[in-house]
Design a protein around this ligand. Sequence first.
Ligand SMILES: O=C(O)CCC(=O)C(=O)O
Length: 301
Amino acid sequence: MHSTVHVAGLPVPPDCLGRLHEIPHWRDALQQLPTLLERDGYVLLREALPAGWVRAARHDVLERLAAVGEIAEPVEAAVATGTSQRIACHPDLGEFWRGVSEAPALRALSHGPAMAAVAQAVLGAPAEPFDFLWLRTMVEGRASPLHLDHVYMNRGSPNLVTAWVPLGDVPLVAGPLVVVEGSHRFDDVAARFRGVDVDRDGLPGSFPDDAVAFARGRGARLLTSDFRAGDVLLFGMFTLHGSCDNRMGGARVRLSCDVRWQRAGEARDDRWFGNPPAGHGGKGYGGLNGARPLGEAYIAR
Ligand SMILES: O=C(O)CCC(=O)C(=O)O
């Protein structure tokens, strides 16, 4: 795999890097997806969402960021200007971010019928989404540290998956999602984090450990891939993941969103449902890094 994969500022050595498992012709094998999720801890579904919907959602997000001076014209290149009028234009930053995150084009993608069909196939049952959406705008050099999603959203159904949706093509150099191979079977990690609730326990959910050192210590690799608009990566609550560094250069921003889908009719974690959803500590969308002016320091939760 190409040497442009960096995590936390360091190149990932070739022997520590692998490709996510591909499922060719996955539409012909829908009933196998729950088994593959169980086996690998994730499923990568190529061309699962209409690329036109992805482009429309991406364009809408970028237009809204351009309107507060954060993205240069033409917006399609997603180049950060390095300045922001967000606070001046929208003193309620959470409300602004809610407007961006819940805008119709993005919702059609993250909560629409194509995503519902995928979530249902992977969960093996009718599925419903969290209302809350995590929209990511990763500026140059930035990445998400390793973590398990369980600690952020474990007050409802355990039959829950995260769907990571690139908003546009996200090649390796742009910093796509990365999964620690086999981590959903790390029993000691699961034992340490099962039942931990970042809001109740006041603990950070992300791992302080260097991802490469952590994976090496387990004899595991970091798995990732080039992503194209329309691809979706779904994974379970105990799959350790983070993202590679955005090293596109030219101040280009990596855009993606993550949305959770659970079995319909099961218990809900009430932080993530509602209008507006309460979010962490009742902060709603205002609790997300994305709600801060583009490029402000990242807070690891
Ligand atoms: O996009 C990212 O940088 C991180 C996404 C993530 O952590 C998730 O989908 O759970």
